[in-house]
Design a binder for this molecule. Sequence first.
Ligand code: PLP
Length: 369
Amino acid sequence: MAINKLILTAGPSITSKEIDYVTDAVTHGWNEKWNEYIVRFETSFSEFIGVKHSMTTSSCTGALHLGLMACGIGNGDEVIVPEISWVASASSVVYTGAKPVFCDIEEGSWCIDVKAAESMITNRTKAIMPVHLYGHPANMPDIMKLAKKYNLYVIEDAAPSIGAEIAGKRTGSFGHVSGFSFQGAKILVTGEGGMLVSNDTDIFNKAQSLSDHGRDPDSPLSAVSIGYKYKMSNIQAALGLAQLERANELVNRKRGINSRYRDNLKDCPSVRVSEELPGCKSIHWMTSLELLGNSTSRRTEIMGKLKERLVDTRPVFSPMSSLPMFSRISDNPVAYRIGENSINLPSGHNLTDEQIDYVSETIIYLCGQ
Ligand SMILES: Cc1ncc(COP(=O)(O)O)c(C=O)c1O
């Protein structure tokens, strides 16, 4: 196959539905119609995830920050966070004055290792933040049991997992409060944006008040507490609603991309393609590859050679305790191994089957049979 431009790791699927909704919002969505798409997006999102309440936000980072604060997390508290995630998970904890405590991840899902998390609980631990990494659900049934045993809040970082399921329920519907992302590389996009969801009405009401300058619901032009400005615009919500109405199609395509990579690479002993654990539905937001054997130490070289052949990849997130603003207090060997030898493959919605085959053949050529 002749490839003449870079095959990208991500990219949205935008159709005439998205363009029509945004055009309508930008044309008519002002004054008394300022929040029509916001309300429709929030209502449909609650139905899709299976929760009571949803609130649009300017980002998932903002949703996580609000969720933590609404649970009362603050100075002196500890929150257990998996080592491998985008730094937003830990930063949102730091914003509250609490400390993120980094925990190892499990083989297979690359999500928080529940046994390791239990071993890190102290009398300062107030919450646990599972992350549904790259769209694979964390082990929510066991996390909820752990949280109940130790009386912890559960804040799900569901940023990349819209539509993922475990034990027959959607991610984001287990914890006290959860955050999703619609940033431009995600499965559903609004440019930038997020959603906070919860089944707990008190937590949700607190988060809602904090998200809009602590306004008084009975007198919206006066504020009764110091809050933040973490809102989404109606125009972004129009884009989000159109994307949400196509969510099943978009999830199926991501799963199809992963299945084609897995099929193409099943006989290549130097790589392991991300899969899904039994009882789970991953949305495979980013299909990822662990480099094995001799390829393990060749990640930078392999990524460089893929780029020369017009295949873009990303290194898996670095263990957060290795970042200069944090420190390593526990070995977390699985996280450190995955953080050093794994990559994300091109997984955008507009990727063609021919491009997936080309990327796979190039990996086999570079990594060996
Ligand atoms: C696991 C995870 N958490 C949080 C975020 C932050 O999302 P946002 O950029 O919407 O704040 C991301 C975004 O990449 C993510 O992947």
